[in-house]
Design a protein around this ligand. Structure first.
Ligand code: GAL
Length: 805
């Protein structure tokens, strides 16, 4: 654990250094994340929507009077928010018998709640006059959804997707002597998925400043491993001239290792670019003795692309990439020629307390948790991930299956796919594209096949270094998309994989969604009122399977490339098999906070080459003395012996890719497992605890960067007098923070909790759920200390201090 967090700190330091490197470049990339004003509009009442729909804003350019778009609109009464911001997580839960509402986690958003479904954002920023004559663009990494954007009263963009980002050239609308006013209207009435999606500007916003002569955003850096062990790096870029004269420039690329040392340099190429035109440049250079990017050692290089006129560098692009090869064959995925079984998880993007608006640190936190379980791959289901998720996967060594939102080849969706592939193709972690998921209507007919062919042709054109899959909820069926898809994806139906392979032996097969045991952390009896399920690998929906039903098949057959569990983390929305009062899913191996459920240890046993010995359940069963309790042991030991209060309950051999079970008459005391793994003794125990005595806070780190956006996760539990964790504690915890940080969210992993994740005014608080809850803090910009105090009735409180620097 410590090692991972030390790693995270180093990563953040590297991030800061690279930000400083960018600062010296002629190109500027500035965050526009702070000081936004926010107000809800109204989807059914134009007056409450700041006259949108009453005032004719498209009649004359630059004029949008009497609306919130107007430059002089008074937004003093609007709330100040920091991007990333998700207004959906701030809304109350609302019960109505409506499937879209249920799927989105019963947040009062969408067509039934017009008063909550439009979000207006306004941001003022200045641009120095010394930059006049430069070009400017604004990048939105993601807005949920259907956004319209104005700058200084001028309409500049519309973007439908709730996931793929967009960049718009705003050079002609910039003010140098006055403030600039950027306005966004986001309409989250219509959803895209069938899971919690959030609402608003929940990803970063950037202002880019650069020269008329510049390298476009589409630059592609890819690598080929040669027979002699060297790596050939190819850089493909477009040099664009937005000036009025034809211009000449030179172009070259430096390849730097992660310390900044130049390891290779391309030839210098002369380029002539006509006005309003772009010249493509392709360069290749060899790197001797490269350090390969791998899951174990995710080494990253930088390609520094420089465009100069005379001695002066006019533009610079710094692209982080990895040197690695990926081959996907019918008998496996080969990374740098080495066979890798895919041990993956599917995930949506929300986290406890935060909804979809995650500080960067949380991406690293979540990916680290998955790695600790032994997972090596992440499927971004079912939409473009945030750029920082991919950066975390590049940095920590996690393969990514990157997915298009919809199987559709209309101009809108082809454009979304093109933006996704161009944005993500430089990431070494991305090993495979997915062109869609479970298109129940089109996947088996000619529509699906033709759409797939169009998307596949586009993928090959934009990224010939990778291939694609499609997540089909079909058994041994070969019509439609499956006929043309290079890698057959199976959602569930693991029983049909062998037959499919027999009939199509050349087509690689991957489990795009597998398992899907529904469990509630710390619950051992099914509870249909609270909508809880036992925390063991026993309950799966009809279409799915338990972990032990699919993983042994994938582990023991090479024609399975591996698979992705549905899901790594619980997520808001899609409560299954229950509805209200459930507001989030039960599918996760971890809950929404990232607290492991028992099934986590099954996967860890067989996915990670480390000793695992885990006993469940906990051993506090007052009132059940003498009654039989099912005890599960998850381990990769060769055999395990179980003892209750020193008395052996028998020794059993551990079957590979399974678990062991005992039925034990409950007596308070100590339940102990002793296992041997390659003759190494492993011991694990659970004990009956005393009463709750004092709180314990476990922060994921204690140093925060004073950058206004760093974050830390603090896990909360209660100990008894002997220092044992009380697993069934449910107390409400109150949080107070002093100093240079703020609380930005709380959660506890209870899928039926209707407590607030965000507390906008008043006391921050959260109940423990089966012994755990979580509070997330964000740093301010002032150097100093911050202290988090936690208190609860009847127990001793706890505090933890952070250095903000
Ligand atoms: C699949 C679907 C996922 C999720 C899952 C729940 O059919 O692709 O998004 O809905 O079922 O079991």
């Amino acid at each position: 654990m410590n090692f991972v967090y030390r790693g995270l700190c180093c990563l953040f330091l590297l991030l800061v250094i690279s930000v400083q490197l960018f600062a010296q470049s002629p190109r500027k990339r500035q965050l526009l994340n702070e000081g936004w004003k926010f107000h809800l509009g109204h989807a059914a009442n134009a007056e409450k929507d700041f006259n949108y729909g009453l005032s004719n804003i498209f009649a004359k350019t630059g004029r949008a009077e009497k609306t919130a778009i107007a430059v002089d609109f008074n937004d003093a009464a609007w709330r100040t928010v920091q991007i990333p911001h998700d207004w959906a997580v701030e809304l109350p839960f609302a019960f109505k018998d409506n499937d879209d509402l249920k799927d989105h986690g019963y947040k009062a958003l969408g067509g039934l709640f017009p008063e909550n479904s439009i979000g207006w954002y306004r941001k003022k920023f200045s641009v120095t006059t010394t930059d006049s004559g430069k070009r400017f663009s604004i990048t939105f990494d993601g807005i949920f959804r259907d956004a319209k954007v104005w700058l200084n009263g001028f309409y500049i963009a519309a973007n439908q997707s709730g996931y793929v980002g967009f960049t718009v050239d705003v050079t002609n609308y910039i003010n140098f002597k006055k403030e600039n006013v950027l306005v966004v209207r986001a309409d989250a009435t219509q959803s895209e998925g069938w899971f919690y999606e959030g609402a608003g500007i929940y990803r970063k916003v950037w202002l880019n400043t650069y020269d008329n002569l510049h390298v476009t955003d589409d630059t592609f850096v890819h690598t080929i491993t040669q027979a002699d062990g060297k790596a050939m790096i190819t850089v493909e870029a477009d040099v664009k001239n937005d000036g009025l004269q034809t211009t000449e420039a030179t172009f070259y690329t430096l390849i730097k290792d992660r310390t900044g040392r130049i390891v290779a340099k391309t030839d210098v190429k002369r380029v002539n670019v006509n006005s309003n035109d772009a010249t493509p440049v392709k360069q290749q250079v060899l790197v001797d003795k490269p350090i390969w990017w791998s899951i174990e050692q995710p080494y990253l290089y930088h390609a520094e692309i420089l465009v100069s006129r005379g001695d002066k560098v006019i533009d610079e692009r710094n692209i982080r990439f990895g040197i690695r090869s990926i081959d996907i064959k019918a008998d496996g995925v080969y990374l740098n020629g080495k066979h890798v079984k895919i041990k993956g998880t599917n995930n949506h993007q929300d986290h406890a307390g935060l909804g979809s608006a995650l500080p960067d640190y949380l991406q690293y936190y979540r990916i680290s948790l998955l790695k600790q379980m032994g997972s090596n791959a992440y499927r971004a289901s079912h939409h473009a991930p945030t750029p920082e998720l991919l950066e975390a996967c590049d940095s920590l060594g996690m393969l990514v299956l990157d997915e298009q939102r919809l199987l559709n080849s209309s101009p809108e969706y082809m454009d979304q796919f093109e933006r996704l592939v161009k944005r993500d193709r430089n990431h070494p972690s991305v090993f495979l594209w997915s062109i869609g998921n479970e298109e129940g209507y089109a996947q088996v007919n000619g529509f699906g096949k033709r759409i797939a062919q169009t998307l596949l042709a586009k993928q090959k054109q934009l990224d010939p270094t990778r291939t694609s899959t499609y997540a089909a909820d079909l058994a041994n069926v070969f019509t439609g998309v499956n006929e043309v898809i290079p890698v057959r994806g199976f959602n569930y139906r693991q029983f049909a994989v062998a037959d499919y392979h027999r009939d199509h032996p050349q087509q690689p097969i991957i489990g795009t969604e597998m398992g899907s045991t529904v469990t509630t952390r710390g619950i051992y009896v099914k509870d249909t009122v609270s909508a809880y399920l036992p925390d063991q690998d026993i309950t799966a929906p009809w279409w799915a399977s338990t972990a032990e039903q699919w993983w042994p098949l994938a582990a023991e057959n090479d024609f399975w490339l591996g698979g992705f569990i549905w899901t790594g983390f619980d997520y808001r929305g899609e409560p299954t098999p229950y509805k209200w009062p459930n507001i989030s899913s039960h599918f996760g191996v971890m809950d929404v906070c990232g607290f492991p459920k028992n099934i986590y240890y099954y996967y860890q046993s067989w996915w990670k080459d480390e000793d695992v010995l885990h006993i469940s359940p906990q051993w506090n069963w007052r009132g059940k003395e003498g009654q039989n309790i099912d005890v599960w042991v998850n381990s990769n030991a060769d055999n395990v012996e179980l003892f209750l209060n020193g008395k052996s309950l028998g020794k059993k051999n551990m079957p590979r890719n399974k678990h062991l079970q005992w039925s034990v008459a409950y007596r308070p005391g100590t339940l102990k497992a002793v296992g041997y793994r390659n003759s190494k003794k492993l011991v694990s125990e659970v004990k009956t605890t005393g009463a709750a005595y004092k709180l314990k806070l476990t922060p994921s780190k204690q140093i925060l960067l004073a950058n206004g956006s760093d974050a830390v996760v603090v896990n909360v539990l209660i100990l008894d007098k002997n220092g044992l964790e009380v697993p069934d504690a449910m107390q409400e915890i109150k949080f107070n923070l002093t100093g240079g940080a703020t609380i930005i969210g709380v959660g506890n992993g209870d899928p039926s909790s209707h407590e607030d994740d965000k507390i906008l005014t008043g006391q921050w608080k959260r109940k423990l759920f089966n012994g755990h809850c979580q509070v997330i803090l964000q740093s301010g910009k002032k150097v100093g200390n911050a202290t988090l105090n936690a208190t609860a009735d009847g127990v001793k409180g706890a505090a933890v201090q952070f250095a903000v620097k």
